[in-house]
Design a binder for this molecule. Structure first.
Ligand SMILES: Nc1ncnc2c1ncn2[C@@H]1O[C@H](COP(=O)(O)OP(=O)(O)O)[C@@H](O)[C@H]1O
Ligand SMILES: [Mg+2]
Length: 508
């Protein structure tokens, strides 16, 4: 395609190598002005790398970037910003104890006549933007006190404040609740209506169908084409992304539940601020069944999971797995056959600077098979890691000694799941197990949960994705304000009814 001024951004023949690894090979992207253009690809496909090149964080080894039809070399983010390109990264870069306005101004201070910081003027400019796009953000709030959805809007404001005409959003919905997603899609519509161009990276097919005009697909660093979204279906997009037909429906046989493995009775848990988050909760999970907890983020899910595994103190009530295990230790929970796939891979799941091989044996350090006296037996660890990599199709870009931070999110999650599942747990707790993953990896996680169930494990799935809870669970329990307010067999309840219970409006 020829460079053309009706396109805000064109990237032609982009190739990027990291050492001898080719992350992008001859990739094209043509983004029409005033449109929403989605970039779709599996984890590790190269989406973020392509956008980091556009934002000047990386330099391409080959290829040309055109802005409004004119070639540009973008040598750094300042250059990108002065050419009207803004980027909101997957992990926000805000200063927690600064206010919204302070964060927006950071690095772009508005100076008054005497060269002093003019906070009043900045605050006014921020307010104008907030009002113009209906952001509903308080310019004086501290970042640590506002929700993730609001923090994301602050990042968007920061880019707009710097004059962004083209806004890059890297997996913006991965961290949002359904309501926050709706709000973001609305904001995107408003931005486009006011003349902006949006490039959105996402692996959520539904969101592409809802929000994007066109979609460019990348598979393992190669350009797979650009489609007109209105002419496309979820199945088409998924197949183009992973190179095979993906089963978007979760296949499983009816459950054959056995004895109760997890029995939670009258559990009460307070958060760090002393506020009761779990308020006398009862829950049973049997062997051979998946119980899914549906609910909006912040209704006690985190405290529930943490109390079951003794990461948090239970104020009252019991957690029985064979015997009472509340208020013991995470190690004791593991000893009773409890495994956890945590929601925040970075905080709980992996020690990022450690190697893949070290991570795959975390929690097993004291098992004799990896010990040599007080030392770790690295040869045995490597053998075990190679087995996991093969069995779970983990794709590190190098060998297993690569640092795990260099793996894509989907592959990091596979390392955790491989580690937890090979323990043959009696109770597997999956807390947001597919957060931030693409359809190929999601299919893998769901299949693993079901095969663990069929092996006879009791599965507790806690997820903010209602679709996931509805598709995977045999029994759905809705949590609201720290209590289970409704329990349903799969297939006997619809999304709307569950939504009512999730909002506290279900029949009591
Ligand atoms: N700075 C880097 N050094 C080495 N490899 C990298 C670097 N950044 C990304 N990669 C590799 O490039 C590939 C594409 O990564 P990325 O663009 O982040 O994928 P995506 O955003 O599509 O999930 C991955 O295999 C990743 O490990
Ligand atoms: Mg990415």
């Amino acid at each position: 395609m020829e460079p053309d001024s009706s396109y805000a951004v064109q990237m032609h023949g982009i190739t990027k190598r990291f050492g001898n690894y080719t992350a992008l090979s001859q990739v094209d992207l043509n983004v029409r002005k005033q449109s929403v253009h989605a970039i779709l690809g599996e984890n590790g496909a190269g989406k973020t790398t392509l956008m980091n090149i556009l934002y000047g964080l990386y330099q391409a080894d080959e290829g040309t970037i055109y802005l409004n039809g004119t070639p540009h070399s973008i040598t750094g983010p300042n250059e990108a910003i002065s050419n009207g390109i803004g980027m909101v990264h997957q992990h926000f870069m805000l200063v927690e104890n600064f206010t919204v306005t302070e964060n927006i101004m950071l690095g772009d201070e508005v100076c008054g006549p005497a060269g002093t910081l003019d906070m009043r003027m900045a605050r006014k400019q921020v307010l104008d933007l907030v009002e113009q796009y209906g952001f509903e953000v308080d310019p004086d709030a501290r970042i640590e006190d506002i929700s993730v959805g609001m923090q994301q809007r602050v990042e968007i404001l920061k880019a707009l404040f710097r004059g962004a005409q083209t806004l890059i959003l890297d997996e913006p919905t991965a961290v949002l609740t359904p309501q926050e997603i709706d709000k973001l899609l609305q904001i995107m519509d408003d931005l486009v209506a006011s003349g902006k161009t949006i490039i959105i990276i996402t692996h959520k097919l539904k969101e592409i169908l809802r929000s994007a005009d066109e979609c460019t697909i990348i598979r393992r660093g190669e350009y797979m084409g650009t489609v007109d979204v209105s002419q496309s279906s979820e199945e088409d997009l998924a197949a183009k992304m992973v190179g095979r037909n993906v089963n978007l429906k979760v296949e499983k046989t009816p459950a054959t539940p056995g004895e109760v493995v997890l029995d939670v009775n009258g559990l009460v848990v307070r958060d760090d601020r002393g506020i009761e988050q779990v308020c006398g909760l009862d829950l049973k999970v049997r062997a051979g069944e998946i119980v899914g907890i549906a609910g909006i983020d912040g209704n006690g899910q985190e405290e529930l999971v943490n109390a079951i595994v003794s990461m948090t103190k239970a104020e009252a009530g019991t957690v029985v797995v064979g015997e009472e295990i509340q208020n013991t230790s995470p190690r004791n929970a593991i000893a009773h056959g409890v495994s956890t796939i945590p929601s925040d891979r970075h905080r709980w799941g992996l020690v990022l600077p450690m190697m893949v091989s070290e991570n795959s044996v975390l929690e097993q350090h004291d098992k004799s098979s990896f010990g040599k006296g007080i030392m770790l037996d690295y040869n045995k660890m490597h053998e075990y890691t190679s087995m996991l990599i093969k069995e779970f199709d983990i794709r590190p870009s190098g060998c297993e000694d690569e640092r795990i931070a260099g793996l894509s999110g989907g592959n990091q999650q596979k390392v955790i799941i491989a580690r937890e599942v090979t323990q043959a747990p009696k109770l597997l707790i999956a807390f947001q197990p597919t957060r931030g993953l693409d359809v190929g990896a999601i299919e893998f996680v769901h299949k693993t949960l079901i095969s663990e169930r069929d092996r006879g494990a009791a599965i507790l799935l806690v997820s903010y994705e209602l679709d996931e809870v509805m598709d995977v669970s045999d029994t759905i329990a809705v949590i609201y304000h720290g209590k289970i307010v409704g329990t349903f067999e799969q297939g006997t309840v619809g999304e709307e009814e569950l939504g009512l219970y999730m909002a506290g409006g279900g029949a009591k």
